[in-house]
Design a protein. Structure first.
Length: 289
């Protein structure tokens, strides 16, 4: 049984509730700081799937307000050859919360904040129509928030936002916090400056946290699938790293290579058939340090 099975089991036990962003953040961050970015991608997909199930359970007929005007999409698919991709055009503009990481994949972006090493605040931006339980626009009154710890709203015709927190809050306090969500992209001191994306590969997911980046590249037809396809690559840049041989049975990307760049370690996983291409990808990495 793998660590991913343990994560699935733990999350499945919580399906009657909205996902606890503190638990999700802790699990995903632990994955990111380990070498196995293949598992990060799988965990992210599992969380997204279980989160969608929890959204359905939150359908309680929340009152709505008139539709919002169209906002530029913060969750559009990243450009195929642009690494790192631009940060999503959304952030929490409140200095009492610290940004821990942001991530993006086609049609989805997420930001994770922490406060006092105790509380978490999470923002998801997704393309498409919101669940029936969502507000028709960003709330403007505390009375619109029957659950002040979890709020969803349609943010224009083509995207919706889900904000949630582990911090106990009144509806008024949550409304004030939601009012501080703006369109300024988040800023994280991440090391990756550029990488040469192989022909036929696209960004499956990208995560940025202080001094660490994770990147998954896949052919377009297999982006978003779990486990990763053997044609994919997973790449990590980190200030500290503990690399090891694969510990996952039937790992589609069992070949691990790494190199040091200054104080950083750049690592890449691939299939045996793509070992040479992975080495070229590894050698193309440039850091902003």
């Amino acid at each position: 049984m793998t660590d991913l099975d343990d994560v699935r089991r733990a999350l499945r036990a919580r399906e009657s509730l909205a996902p606890d962003p503190g638990d999700v953040l802790a699990a995903v961050t632990r994955r990111i700081r380990r070498r196995r970015t293949i598992s990060v991608a799988a965990v992210t997909l599992t969380v997204a799937a279980l989160g969608a199930g929890a959204v359905a359970l939150l359908d309680r007929g929340v009152a709505t307000v008139p539709p919002a005007t169209l906002a530029s999409s913060a969750s559009a698919a990243p450009a195929a050859g642009t690494v790192p991709p631009p940060a999503p055009a959304i952030s929490l503009q409140d200095s009492s919360w610290g940004l821990l990481m942001w991530s993006t994949r086609p049609h989805f972006a997420a930001l994770h904040y922490g406060q006092a090493h105790q509380y978490a605040f999470e923002i998801d931006v997704r393309d498409g129509a919101a669940p029936a339980s969502a507000l028709a626009a960003k709330p403007t009154a505390a009375g619109q928030l029957p659950n002040p710890k979890s709020v969803m709203w349609q943010d224009g015709p083509d995207r919706w936002i889900w904000a949630r927190t582990t911090k106990p809050m009144t509806a008024g306090e949550m409304l004030t916090l939601l009012g501080k969500i703006g369109t300024t992209p988040p800023v994280v001191a991440s090391p990756l400056k550029s990488v040469r994306v192989p022909e036929g590969q696209e960004i499956g997911s990208f995560t940025s946290e202080p001094e660490t980046n994770t990147l998954v590249l896949c052919p377009g037809a297999v982006i978003g699938k779990a486990p990763l396809d053997s044609r994919c690559f997973s790449l990590t840049v980190s200030l500290t790293s503990h690399f090891a041989d694969s510990a996952f049975p039937q790992d589609p990307l069992p070949v691990h290579q790494h190199r040091a760049v200054g104080a950083y370690t750049v690592e890449i996983d691939s299939s045996p058939a793509n070992e040479r291409a992975a080495r070229a990808l590894l050698d193309s990495v440039r850091l902003d340090r």
